[in-house]
Design a protein around this ligand. Sequence first.
Ligand code: ZN
Length: 470
Amino acid sequence: MYRLKEIVAACLVACLSIMAVLTAPASAAEEKPKPQTLFINCNVFDGKADKLASNRRVLIESNLIKEIGDDKLKGAKHVEVIDCGGRTLMPGLIDSHVHFNLAYPGGLAVAEGLRWDQLASNAAHAAIEWLMDGFTTARGMGGMSNGLKRTIDKGLLPGPRIYPSGSYISQTSGHGDVLLGSQNNDIGASNLVKLGITQLADGPDAVRAAVRRNFAAGASQIKIMVGGGISSEKGPLFAGQYTAEEIRAAVTEAATRDTYVAVHVYHAAHIRRALEQGVLSIEHGQFIDEPAARLLKEKGAFISPYTAGLTPEGLSHPAYSIPGTPQYIKAQEFAALSKNFVDIIKKVKPKLVFAIDVVFLNGVDARKNRDFEKFAFARFFGNLQALRSMTSIAGELVALTGKNNPYPGKLGVIEKGALADILVVDGNPLKDITVLGANPKYFDAKPRSQGIKTIRVIMKDGKIYKNTLN
Ligand SMILES: [Zn+2]
C-alpha cells in the first residue's frame, strides 16, 4: 500500500516535470517581443487637422500605432528607428473607387474577350502599382471577389488592403450589362459574367440572390448600378436603372451582414431615389443638385466622384476621346451636365471621398490618370479637403462595412490604436499636393516609372514596403 503511494507520488513528479518541459517553449514564445518601429523628427498630418504637428515621434508596435509623443517617447530595446528628418508623416492614402480587374485597355468588348489569367495578372500588377503610389487601401467598386485580396493579405504579393464588392450588379440593359450583340442576351455566354466581374439581376428577388452570391465571393460591401455610364453602351445617361424595390432589396440584404450598398449613379433624381432606400455611398454623382446634396448630408452618406472628367483635360482620356464613338458623345454630355458639381459640393459640404475610378488603362497611362486626378481634385476642393478625402473621410467610409469589415480597426488617421498604414513624404502636402505625385498634366504628362520619388516611406499594417530614407 505504502509502496503504491510512493509510486503514484513519483509518477506525479515525473508527469509534472514532463509538463513543465512541454509548456516551456510556449511561454518562451509569449515572451518574444513584438516588432516595433519608431518614427522620429516627423511633422505629422493626422488625416484631419489643417496644420502639421511639428517634431513628433510615432511608435508602431506590430500592426498598430502604439503611441504618439515628443522626444521622450522611446521604444523597446529592439525598436527599429526611422528618422523622418523633418519630413511629413501621414496616413496611407485610400482610393475609394478602383476596378483592378478592368485595368485593361480597350473597353468592355476587349475585356469580354480576355482570359481569366490575363485579367488576374493585370489586376495583380495594378495592386502593386497602387501600393507603390502610396495607396495602402483600395475600395473595389465592382468586378472583384476576394481572391487578389487574400493573396495580398497573406503577404504573397505587395498591394493595398482591398475592400471588394464582388461583381457589380446591374439590370438587363443597365451599366453592367456587358453582353455583346453576338451573345444575343445569353447571360451564360458572357465571359465577364462567368468570371464574376458582373451579374445581371432583374427584380427584387434576383437582386437579393445576386447580393448573396457576392457575399459568398467575399464582398465587404455591395455595388449596384442605378444609372447609365460613359463606358457602357446600353444604358443612356438620362435613364434611371433599378426600381426603388430593387434598390431596397439590395440594401436590406446587405444589412443582414451589417454592411452597406454603394451605387453607380449620376443624376440628382436617381441619387435621391437611392438615398431614400438607404444607400450610403454615391459613386460619381456629378449631376447632383442642391436638394440631393442636402439629402446626402442629412443621411450621413458619402459621395465618391472622379474629378478629372470635370476638367477640360478630362476629354483627352483615351477611352472617351475618339470622336463619333458612343463614349465620346457621352463624355461631352457628362461635361455639360456636371458644370455645377464642385460649387454644390463646396456649398453643402457632404462627406466627400477621393476616387480615381481608373478603367481600361494600365501601366504608364494608369499612372498618368492617378497623378492628374490627385491634382484635379485638389485644384477643385483645396489641398486640405483632398488630403482628408484621401485619408480620414475614406477611413470612415470603409468602416461602414461594420461587422463585415475585413480589416477591423481605424484607417486613414494617425491616432493611438489606429492601423499602422503610414507614409513619409518630402515637403508639406498641405501646401504642395505634388509631393504626393499630383501632376497638372494628364495624358500629355511625361511617362514615369513605378512609384513616386517624394513618397519616401510606405508602411502598411506595420510592415515597410518602401524606405528610401535609411
Ligand atoms: Zn467605377
